[in-house]
Each structure stands twice: as structure tokens, then as C-alpha cells.
Design a protein around this ligand. Structure first.
Ligand SMILES: Cc1cc2nc3c(=O)[nH]c(=O)nc-3n(C[C@H](O)[C@H](O)[C@H](O)COP(=O)(O)O)c2cc1C
Length: 314
């Protein structure tokens, strides 16, 4: 299909016929994913094809009971993945660098580009697709279910199958709000009203704010996702302050380490009156006790002091 026509007509599909995707189409779809551009040719992503119906069911439930995850012919988990890259570097005697934020950045970019190519090829072949950000609702459980190692986190899911519905394409924001020229410019209140007007058809009640409020305002879905996402990122080695094994060890003791700041807050919450940082060490203090942790970074030192301070869970 002509690509322009495809983008004119494409829409996400959430109802699928119980029909499989033939092998040769599946081959083309995965081929497209692998042909996507990738930073430094490093291919910092993996695609996890979920064929086990029980696993599909669990993921559908953990993603907010999204039925289309189960009914789609194919469901893929798109993973940001620097584990394989690390293995490749170490395989040749190299020492993998420490670049956790940048790793997250490029690995997510690579995963999205591969997913986007996969999705577009599937749509060009006449299949319907739906991205699933809902996997972040159960990111900890899903990551454990599919055995993700350090250096690998889920980015999104992707349903692909034969459409069993024909919804209208959804609107987008006015071009002028999305495409800037030379300088980023501020938005006028009138333009913001135009944005809401353009997006009005997206909800049954005709108010896009209802969607934005539910997801992005205080108390919304995104805030609920933030804590578990930070904790998983730390455990998988994507936090600049916290070494992955220590984040993992703290989680095993019932303290989900999300960030250095959160660990300091947690220490105060647990009754410590002072967290004293020195070069290469930290003291955790309260009236009758003090705990010391050493480490190359404040996060490492604090994580060790906290591990010493908190008794093992029974
Ligand atoms: C990163 C991402 C996550 C998404 N997560 C979900 C999801 O969890 N469930 C769902 O039904 N649709 C999901 N979608 C689909 C969007 O709702 C859809 O793309 C958007 O409403 C625009 O509609 P259209 O794709 O039909 O143009 C997601 C899309 C993206 C890009």
C-alpha cells in the first residue's frame, strides 16, 4: 500500500479475529523491525514474542486487563536492551562503560524504532496493530515473568492481528502546535483551546481533558507508574546513582530502591535522624545506633548502610 494512504487511514485496532498470521508475513514483519535504523548499529533492543497463551493471559491482566493482548494473533514485548551489547563487549575482553541514562535513552529509541517499523510493515500487509503502554502498569511482575536480565527493561507491548473492527482514524493536534521553525515558541491560550477542539472527537463525552486528566494530572495513571518504573530501572542498572545488585538486594529486603533521594527519604521515614555523606562513605544515625556504608558513589554507600541497618526479612 502507498505509505501516504496508509498513514491517512491507519488506526489502532483493539478487536482481532482469531486468525493466525502466516509465517511468510510474520517473517516480513520481523524483517522490517530489524531493518530499522539503530544507534551506532548497536541494536540496543530485543523483541520478545509471546506465544504461550497462559503468559499472554497474565500479561493482559497485569497490563490493566486489556483483552486485545490475548486475542491478537501476535503479541510482542519491545525491550530496551543493553545486556546483549554488554555481553558482546565483554566477550572480546572490553570493559563495559558506565552510561546508565544514555543507555536508557538510546535503547528506548532503538526499541521504538524497531517497533515502529514492525507495526508499519504489519499495517502495510493489512493487519491491525495496537501499542500497549499498559505493560508499565505491571512492569515489575511482567519483567520477572519473562526473566529479563540486568540491562533490559520493557518499553511497550505490540498487538498484531487480523482486524475485527473498523474504527475511524483519530484526530491529531494542529500542525502549528507540533512543528516549530528554528525556535521553540510558547503556546497562546487560544492555541491551547484549538488543541482541545481538534482532539474533541477522541472521547465519547467530547472533552479531551478527561483523557489528559486521567493519565497525566495529579493522581493519574502516569504517577502510579512512576515508582515501579524507577525501581525497575534501578534494578536493571539504568540509575546513575544506584548499582543494580544493591537495588535488587534492597528490594529483596522489602525496600524498593528508586533513587538516591528516595533512599534518603526512606532512611528518615525509618527513624534515622541523620544521613551523613563523606567521600566514599555514609553514616546513617539515630539516637542509639549508627550504620556505615562505603561505596564509590553516595548511592552505593547509602544502599550498603541501609542494607546493614535493615534486618533481613523473616
Ligand atoms: C506508547 C504507546 C502506548 C499505548 N498504549 C496503549 C494501551 O496500553 N492500550 C491501548 O488500547 N492502546 C494503547 N496505545 C494506542 C493509542 O491509544 C493510540 O495510538 C492513540 O489513541 C491514537 O490512536 P490511533 O493509533 O488509532 O491513531 C498506545 C500507543 C502508544 C504509541
Amino acid at each position: 500500500m502507498d505509505l501516504y494512504r496508509l498513514y491517512q487511514t491507519r488506526r489502532s485496532i483493539r478487536k482481532f479475529k482469531r486468525e493466525p498470521i502466516p509465517e511468510d508475513d510474520l517473517e516480513k514483519i520481523l524483517y522490517a523491525a530489524q531493518r530499522a535504523p539503530t544507534d551506532a548499529t548497536a541494536q540496543m533492543y530485543s523483541i520478545l514474542r509471546v506465544t504461550d497463551p497462559e503468559l499472554r493471559k497474565r500479561i493482559a491482566h497485569l497490563s490493566g486487563d486489556q483483552e486485545h493482548i490475548e486475542s491478537a494473533a501476535e503479541f510482542f514485548l519491545l525491550l530496551a536492551d543493553v545486556w546483549r551489547l554488554r555481553r558482546l563487549v565483554e566477550h572480546r575482553g572490553g570493559r563495559f562503560g558506565r552510561w546508565p541514562r544514555t543507555a536508557a535513552h538510546f535503547a528506548i529509541v532503538d526499541a521504538v524504532l524497531a517497533g515502529s517499523a514492525l507495526a508499519t510493515m504489519a499495517e502495510a500487509l493489512g493487519y491491525g496493530i495496537c501499542w500497549i503502554g499498559g505493560v508499565l502498569n505491571g512492569i515489575r511482575e511482567i519483567s520477572a515473568l519473562v526473566d529479563l536480565p540486568e540491562g533490559v527493561i520493557p518499553v511497550a507491548g505490540l498487538c498484531v492481528g487480523v482486524p475485527d473492527e473498523d474504527p475511524a482514524p483519530r484526530p491529531r493536534l494542529p500542525r502549528a502546535l507540533v512543528v516549530h521553525e528554528n525556535r521553540y515558541r510558547a503556546y497562546t491560550p487560544e492555541e491551547l483551546d484549538e488543541a482541545y477542539a481538534a482532539m474533541r472527537p477522541i472521547t465519547r463525552k467530547g472533552d479531551w481533558y478527561r483523557v489528559l486528566d486521567r493519565y497525566f494530572a495529579e493522581g493519574g495513571t502516569m504517577e502510579l507508574r512512576e515508582g515501579p518504573y524507577q525501581a525497575l530501572a534501578a534494578r536493571k542498572g539504568f540509575d546513575p546513582d544506584l548499582p543494580a545488585p544493591l537495588a535488587e538486594a534492597l528490594t529483596a529486603r522489602g525496600l524498593e530502591a528508586r533513587s538516591l533521594g528516595q533512599l534518603i527519604e526512606e532512611a528518615f521515614r525509618r527513624g534515622y535522624r541523620g544521613v551523613l555523606f563523606n567521600q566514599g562513605a555514609v553514616w546513617l544515625e539515630k539516637e542509639t545506633e549508627a550504620h556505615r556504608g562505603e561505596g564509590a558513589t553516595p548511592g552505593e554507600a547509602l544502599a550498603k548502610a541501609l542494607l546493614e541497618a535493615f534486618p533481613e526479612e523473616a
